[in-house]
Design a protein around this ligand. Sequence first.
Ligand code: AP5
Length: 214
Amino acid sequence: MFLGPPGAGKGTQAKILEDRFGYRQISTGDMLRRHRSEKTALGLEAQGYMDAGKLVPDDLVIRMVEAELANVENVIVDGFPRTLPQAEAFEALLASKRLKSVAVIFDVDNSVLIERITGRWSNPRTGRVYHEKFNPPKVAGIDDEDGGPLVQRPDDAADVVAKRLAEYDEKTTPLIAYFEKSGAFVHVNALGAIADVTRAIIAKLPDVDSGSAA
Ligand code: AP5
């Protein structure tokens, strides 16, 4: 489980570990954005919350993740759980499948988040993210991998980001103490360059390259 505020680098690191070690990234943000673009009932229900920088109700997100996890193991869950009810539902699901998990907590200073978020460009089809300064694509606006167009997310506007950060502080920060008390966890310094953060995660999770850490 990758846990950290908006812009901490969860999606970036999940994609790197997916490419390198074969984990499957499950990003609830990407899943919700796909539902929105396909105009499913779930997407239509979620969009008002997302545009306002608020969390989507737990029951919708939990059902979506349960369906996605039905037949997979060795996943990086990126952006989930984000509330106590989500954490409890996820633990029950893992227990029913006899799977283990570890919470990777991205420690980062709020001062770097705005610059990371406002410079982000992403591929809406695959969720792969770039940054115009810290991780630029070879050709501006085009994904290196599949040649698809890169876009900026509407919820990355400054006023919505402020609401997302407040929502994180109120509803997700308490999960850090929850995992420190009741589960397996590691803290990772997410302030450094992208490659340094990857090295820090791998160093903290010795089993990561055998695909058995999550
Ligand atoms: P979601 O898509 O999950 O957004 P988020 O958690 O706010 O996280 P971000 O995607 O903004 O950041 P990230 O940590 O992945 O950073 P990234 O790697 O892109 O959620 C969106 C919305 O969906 C929510 O607001 C909510 O409404 C809803 N939602 C989603 N999950 C939910 C849930 N479980 N429950 C309820 N609602 C839910 O990096 C950011 C930028 O920085 C990139 O440009 C990247 O290139 C760059 N970068 C990354 N690492 C570094 C580094 N080390 N140095 C310099 N630049 C870096």
